[in-house]
Design a protein around this ligand. Sequence first.
Ligand code: URA
Length: 192
Amino acid sequence: MRGLCVEDCERCPALVESRSRIVNGVGPADADVVFVGEGPGANEDERGEPFVGRSGDVLDAALGDHGLRRSDVRITNCVRCRPPENRDPTSEELANCRPYLESELEAIAPDVVVALGKVPAQHLLGRDVAVTTESGTIETVAFGDARLDVLVCVHPAATLYDRSQESTFEATIEKAATIVGAEGGQSTFGDF
Ligand code: URA
């Protein structure tokens, strides 16, 4: 790992096979908020950046609705290589990549870490999480020497296949924005 970026890693044979590249986190190294997704999909694997597909569009719109710009926040994933056929990362793959994520979170030490979806929420909190019912709740977790507040949030993609999740997602992003003192912006959520 160099700074916050992993330049080379071969810990997960299946992911080395399926990835085009390692997808590191993006955004300022002193961001007040870090969003953590599950792992790169096809678009992210192609472009080398987290959340640049449809989920990314949903996330960007919600950030804008609440006075946050993508360029002001850090966005990263539990695993940095695309799992084959978009399957969930295995527990071994999550464990292999965890030191990179821990180092990133410890170095940035944001005011809030937003876990986007079930896999990141369970991985960061170390327990089963019912994301829809627990969305908006905060738990403090140690990452190295940093004790950070982890905010549970539904995954942005969930709003695309279940519209009833939109308000839960928006409310949680609003909570994150309030924690970091961002101002409300123009609502564009209905565009998706
Ligand atoms: N979903 C994720 O969890 N992470 C990404 O980077 C993109 C989609």
